[in-house]
Design a protein around this ligand. Structure first.
Ligand code: MLT
Length: 246
């Protein structure tokens, strides 16, 4: 199951779906508030990682998926993944943590999220694009790959502002998952972009070095948006990990 990042929807996996379908069944999740799970006027002020993890489990129930699955979480989808481990561990046979973190936010980072949440509905998507785009892609992508930047911007513009606010408040209150990650008894692949400004390579190297059964794939020529910036290397890492499990 592929669980998208913030503030995207399952369409962010467009480069992965074809290759992964050759390996097995692919389940695409739209987290609460996003994509086909948009909640319009009913979006809660805070969309917690636990609520999202329970929604992913409910989607598996709905699809009658009983056997343990590989959870692939991108960034916020990875934060939801740690909640999924806490609450639905029996449904997992392995985990792929793409461009994500186990650490909680610093107080300053959490406050910046709350500030965006409190102003985004008045200011619109431009606030989000200006704040996020330079951090989502590598400096080279930002300068030389307008096609990739346009895809990221399009995804951001498709998000409802209330969902952006709710998810920011939810991410601001997520707990630290470092201990959970280090105690985890599941095969884990961590993926990080060589130039990722959000989930940094050194942070992931330190984390995976402490985990029981984790491999780190560093994706060259990519920032945070590995899935778009270097889909070939990202898909290779995903495919090798999943094939080895089967
Ligand atoms: C994401 O890609 O989901 C976000 O960058 C996560 C975050 O804001 O920490």
């Amino acid at each position: 199951m592929l669980v998208h990042g913030f503030p995207f929807h399952s369409g962010m996996w467009s480069e992965q779906i074809g290759p992964l379908r050759k390996i097995g069944r692919v389940i695409l999740v739209d987290l609460l508030g996003f994509g086909a799970s948009a909640m319009n006027g009913a979006t809660p002020a805070t969309l917690t990682m636990d609520q999202q993890a329970d929604a992913v489990a409910a989607a598996l129930d709905h699809l009658k998926v009983r056997e343990p699955a590989t959870y692939v979480g991108f960034s916020m989808g990875g934060y939801v993944g740690w909640s999924f481990v806490r609450r639905h561990r029996a449904r997992l046979d392995s985990l792929v943590m793409c461009n994500t973190r186990a650490l909680a936010d610093t107080p300053e980072a959490a406050q910046a999220r709350r500030d965006m949440a409190n102003t985004v509905e008045g200011k619109g998507h431009k606030l989000v694009i200006d704040a996020l785009l330079p951090r989502l892609v590598s400096p080279r992508t930002l300068e030389q790959r307008p096609d990739v930047c346009a895809r990221v911007v399009d995804l951001i513009e498709e998000a409802q502002l209330a969902a952006i606010a709710g998810a920011q408040r939810g991410m601001a209150e997520r707990p630290d998952s470092t201990q959970l990650a280090c105690e985890l008894d599941l095969p884990v692949l961590a993926i990080v972009g060589e130039h990722d400004a959000i989930s940094k390579r050194e942070e992931l190297e330190a984390l995976t070095g402490r985990m029981r059964d984790a491999t780190l794939a560093v994706i060259p020529d990519a920032g945070h948006m590995t899935v778009f910036e270097n889909p070939t290397a990202t898909n290779r890492a995903l495919g090798e990990f999943i094939n080895e499990l089967r």
